[in-house]
Design a protein around this ligand. Structure first.
Ligand code: BGC
Ligand code: CA
Length: 290
């Protein structure tokens, strides 16, 4: 079934960070602006929502059980039962003009996440790497909005965005976690393409990119060639990940923030969770090894 389907009309303000947890047969995602974590059980179709006193901006499962994630200040343990967080490392607690945004675990169990400038004008955002021994490493600076870390099949290329600058960068990622060779992979013009947001790599090593304000996903070959474009019925497409027992379904988050009443009437599914089966599978989701 090759069509985009709305599976949960959540009316999220800023749906983000879809996460597949195979052991639970569940998709999780967050609503950054409503301080919420949502869970969809693919077996029973049960839906659950937890509300925190702080925003959970990204979520990852942990090898030792439970979840880690990010709040506006940095890296935390996320406890869904008690809707509470426990700080791990908070590198931006002193920067109220910034907040953490997207985050992803690499094939070596390291958790990558970055920050953004809340005003979306200044390059105060930083990309960090949290290792399993809980040491923090500053990996890149100068971002207005960090977004969508994603990793190639062999783990040797990392993709990472500055949404406001319209840039998708590629880096060489060494096995010790260091980065080199930062280069532009795509440059998007907002008026035509929207802003580059969340991303994931499929089992054929191609990159799926969410277009915030661009109402679609694009599949890029590692060469940068466009292989497919998938339109969505809403403008603000924020992220995507592969899930389902066969890893054959893209779960796609969207946002309704900053839309006028007229736009919301035109795009009533804004903020919903969508699925799409592209005919290619994803990769298993790595867990944080700390
Ligand atoms: C951020 C939003 C931002 C959007 C588009 C998202 O990842 O969380 O704050 O508006 O990207 O750049
Ligand atoms: Ca994002």
């Amino acid at each position: 079934m090759k069509e985009v389907t709305c599976v949960w009309q959540t009316n999220a303000e800023l749906g983000e960070g879809p996460l597949w947890v195979a052991a639970e047969n569940c998709i999780y995602w967050v609503d950054i602006r409503k301080n919420q974590v949502h869970q969809l059980n693919l077996g029973s179709d049960a839906r659950q929502t937890w509300t925190f006193s702080v925003a959970i901006t990204s979520l990852a499962s942990r090898q030792s059980g439970g979840f880690v994630g990010t709040t506006p200040d940095g890296f935390v343990v996320v406890n869904l039962e008690t809707q509470s967080v426990e700080p791990l490392v908070l590198p931006e607690a002193h920067l109220p003009g910034n907040r953490f945004n997207d985050g992803k675990v690499d094939g070596n169990g390291r958790f990558w996440s970055g920050s953004l400038h809340r005003g979306e004008t200044d390059p105060t955002g930083t990309l960090y790497r949290l290792d399993p021994d809980l040491t923090l490493h500053t990996m890149d600076t100068g971002y207005i909005i960090t977004n969508g870390p994603a990793f190639s099949v062999d783990g040797k290329t990392m993709y990472h965005n500055d949404s406001v600058k319209g840039m998708v960068y590629a880096f060489d990622l060494q096995s010790d976690g260091s980065l080199s060779g930062k280069r532009p992979f795509q440059k998007l013009t907002f008026a035509i393409n929207g802003a580059p947001d969340g991303m994931t790599v499929d089992s054929e090593n191609c990159l799926w990119l969410a277009h915030y304000g661009g109402a679609r996903l694009t599949r890029f070959a590692p060469t940068g060639e466009i292989l497919a474009e998938v339109p969505l019925p809403v403008p603000n497409v924020t992220s995507c990940t592969f899930g389902g027992p066969k890893l054959d379904t893209l779960y796609i988050t969207t946002a309704s923030q900053n839309m006028s009443a007229a736009e919301l009437e035109k795009y009533p599914l804004s903020g919903s969770l969508f699925t799409y089966q592209p005919g290619v599978k994803g990769l298993p989701t790595p867990q944080f090894a700390g």
